[in-house]
Write a protein that binds this ligand. Structure first.
Ligand code: ADP
Ligand code: ZN
Length: 744
């Protein structure tokens, strides 16, 4: 983690029971509302209302009624007679203390109001309303005072001990509703209220564990010992792709179940696949609770309640699952912990992996960070001993690691207008002859990333963003990948009017698919790209086809790079391995290495050995050399050394501040005012204001500052000090991003 000091004092206030205004004035409480307010507000507690810290309550704010959470006793800052009163307590378990401390921690770290973090917790419409229940009847064994033939029939029907609705019971016994009611009143039947929603079945930790190899067994044992520790260190589970990391951390999940606690498995959103859920079910006998953005409101409500009431044992979710109101969270697993999808950039910007470490630390529970290519931050933390580390060095069973080689595109160039080099084509022919599967990887959606006019050189750009429009030939349109703007591909150049002069430049996956279809007309091709597959079902279906060997050649963007296990896939071809190295991002090398390694990890996962071919114009680049040599640790060590020299994360700290507005002049004015106020501080450097690389996004002009500080600097205090008192008009947004991953 980038220098998060978990022991910073004074970031959150204690529950402050001692501040209870125990004088005769009556009790007041402070209530945090899910809004961008600077702090909780005080409310009076009407006599007889039973409240505790964490209670979900309804309170008035202006003309509205809102749901908030009791954050502590009242601060007494506002005179009693001006306070308004709590209206109602909701029948939901109170938010646990550890969750409340977590909210305050995240707020203080990310410099967002705590109410905005609370909003992440409350994202389940309807979950706070009283639960609908249905009443079932069950036999008690007590005899009624007087028997009748109808009563006898009802008791006979209920004799198996199963609970039934009153209507079902009457129906089965051929008796009237009043007979059933009479038996209930006499105590021969009892009513049980059950939640109207389907329950989460209990998870059986011993359902069907695999027989672990010695290495896996040792690793699982080490994870289990974490549960006995009072303040366990975060643990990096570092194993090559296919080494069985999932099987190993499932053992930790099983241990949490045995201890009667809840477990959270975080996956990068994209990896929330049916494949993973099926694996979970095979291991534990039941499906876990799921939490991600595709969930409908009913399911959201069901999961939220079950998590809060402790009825859901395991949650498998995307980053926002970290903010569920766990009754008793006992373990967090962050799978593919290096994945940039853990970073949320909109609204409260946080890195779920880092916040998972914080949440675990606050709860004194184990957190497992699993990856074949850890984030450099995590790698450095493990080397420094701040995190523990467990290695799994080889693939499970007979599978070997695939050999990676580079294709020097300067020596083996494709024909004009083509993108596959002859060497890659040859390897594809061989694989097809062997009836093996091929994955061609290109991290670019659409047909072509740029469309330009042959006559005048005009480039087709998005009107709302500083970005090129990407041609999507299947949909016959040009699209902006930043704002979603689309337009039909024009016949004439909008700039010079020349007819049929627009040409596609460079390849996207659709263009690769076109070339493959021409070269291999017999092959069955599947194009996997988020804009081609509509919804999770289409994705599942595509995966199933590949598993059933109904597909020979898979062409995909990064949605195929992660997590999937295709036993018959033996050849991976990377169309443009240099793609990620084009930008000057400090993590460009690290990211490219990780992505290539992940994609490569899809090859040869079963008996048949795999090979990986990287098409590159710079085979001598350190990233390519490290990939070909399989020299991960020395590559990481060199990257770390370079970061240390430049004072970059994790050896230094960064924050991004983006000023944006639909009105360019307003954005400029605010940025200038901010620049004027930059405080003098040692060991802190503020770069900017400068136009952001994405200088226009969704119609907003964007101006960036980048704050670089030494590791020991309290970056949050610096930024707070800088921006406090800034008057920002409503038309301008100032977005703060601590530990940014994106510099656009
Ligand atoms: P990783 O998460 O490290 O990429 P996985 O846990 O996905 O690795 O394991 C790769 C494949 O090997 C999976 O199909 C998994 O079921 C299988 N596997 C791993 N360990 C074992 C084991 N001990 N017994 C049987 N199969 C295993
Ligand atoms: Zn756009």
């Amino acid at each position: 983690m980038t220098g998060i000091d978990q022991r910073q004092d004074g970031l959150w206030t204690e529950d402050g029971d001692e501040r209870l205004a125990a004088s005769g004035r009556g009790r007041t409480v402070s209530v945090l509302l899910p809004l961008g307010l600077p702090r909780p507000y005080d409310y009076k507690v009407p006599p007889g209302l039973d409240l505790e810290p964490g209670s979900f309550v309804v309170v008035p704010l202006g003309p509205r009624l809102l749901v908030g959470v009791v954050w502590g006793e009242g601060t007494g800052e506002v005179g009693d007679n001006r306070l308004r009163a709590v209206e109602e307590v909701l029948p939901v378990p109170p938010l646990r203390e550890v969750s409340r401390r977590f909210i305050d921690w995240v707020a203080a770290y990310t410099l967002h109001p705590p109410g905005m973090v609370l909003r992440l917790v409350m994202r389940a419409p309807g979950a706070l309303e009283p639960q609908r229940t249905r009443t079932l009847l069950r036999i008690t064994g007590e005899a009624p005072a007087r028997m009748t033939p109808a009563r006898t029939r009802v008791l006979a029907a209920a004799a198996d001990g199963f609970a039934r609705t009153p209507a079902e019971l009457a129906d089965e016994a051929g008796a009237s509703a009043s007979v059933v009611k009479g038996l209930l009143e006499q105590g021969a039947l009892e009513a049980i209220d059950l939640p109207a929603e389907a329950a989460f079945p209990a998870i059986d930790p011993d359902f069907a564990g695999k027989t672990l190899s010695q290495d896996q067994w040792d690793a699982a044992g080490e994870l289990r010992t974490l549960f006995g520790e009072e303040a366990p260190r975060p643990m990096l589970l570092d194993g090559v792709t296919g080494s069985g990391k999932t099987e190993v951390y499932f053992e930790a999940v099983a241990e949490a179940m045995r201890r009667g606690r809840q477990a959270l498995i975080l996956l990068p959103e994209i990896a929330l696949t049916s494949q993973f859920l099926e694996r979970f079910e095979a291991r534990f006998g039941v499906r876990p609770a799921e939490w991600h953005s595709d969930l409908g409101p009913r399911e959201r409500r069901r999961v939220w309640r079950a998590v809060a009431e402790g009825r859901a044992g395991v949650v498998v979710g995307a980053r926002s699952a970290l903010f569920l109101p766990y009754a008793d969270l006992g373990l967090i697993v962050v799978d593919e912990e290096h994945d940039a999808a853990y970073k949320q950039d909109e609204g409260v910007s946080y890195n779920a992996r880092d916040m998972a470490v914080v949440r675990a630390s606050l709860g004194g529970i184990p957190v497992i960070l699993s990856s074949a290519t850890p984030a450099l931050e995590t790698f450095v933390n493990a080397q420094a001993g701040r995190y523990g580390a467990i290695q799994l060095a080889s693939r499970h069973g007979a599978a070997a690691m695939p050999g990676i080689s580079a294709i020097d595109m300067r020596r083996d160039p494709p024909e004009r207008g083509r993108w596959l080099s002859p060497r890659l084509v040859e390897a594809m022919i061989e694989a097809l002859e062997q009836k093996e599967q091929i994955l061609l990887f290109l991290n670019r959606r659409g047909y072509a990333p740029l469309t330009l006019c042959r006559a005048c050189g005009h480039r087709m750009e998005c009107p709302n963003c500083s970005a090129w429009l990407v041609e999507h030939r299947f949909r016959r349109e040009l699209a902006c990948h930043h704002c979603g703007y689309t337009a039909p591909l024009p016949r004439a150049c909008p700039s010079c009017g020349a007819q049929d002069s627009l040409v596609a430049c460079g390849p996207g996956v659709e263009r690769i698919a076109e070339e493959v279809a021409e070269r291999f007309p017999e092959a069955r091709i599947s194009l996997l790209s988020s804009d081609v597959l509509h919804g999770p079902r289409a994705h599942e279906e595509a995966i199933r086809q590949i598993e059933n060997r109904e597909i020979d050649i898979i062409i995909g963007t990064q949605i195929v790079a992660k997590g999937h296990h295709f036993p018959w896939l033996t050849l991976v071809g990377v169309i443009d391995a240099d793609l990620g190295l084009e930008n000057a991002d400090l993590r460009a090398g690290e990211r490219t290495f990780q992505l290539m390694q992940q994609v490569a990890g899809r090859a040869g996962r079963a008996e048949r050995p795999g090979r990986v071919l990287l098409q590159t114009y710079m085979p001598e680049h350190p990233v390519m050399r490290a990939l070909v040599a399989g020299a991960r640790d020395s590559f990481y060590a060199r990257e770390a050394e370079q970061r240390r020299r430049l004072g970059q994360p994790p050896f230094g700290r960064l924050a991004g501040v983006v000023v944006s507005s639909e009105n360019p002049a307003e954005a400029q004015r605010v940025a200038h005012e901010m620049a004027r106020r930059i405080p003098e501080a040692e060991k802190v450097q503020v770069l900017g204001p400068a136009p952001a690389p994405l200088a226009l996004l969704r119609g907003r002009t964007r101006i960036r500052f980048l704050i670089k500080a030494r590791r020991e600097v309290n970056l949050q205090a610096f930024v707070t000090n800088w921006l406090t008192g800034m008057k920002v008009p409503g038309s301008v947004r100032v977005a703060i991003d601590i530990d940014p991953l994106s510099f656009l």
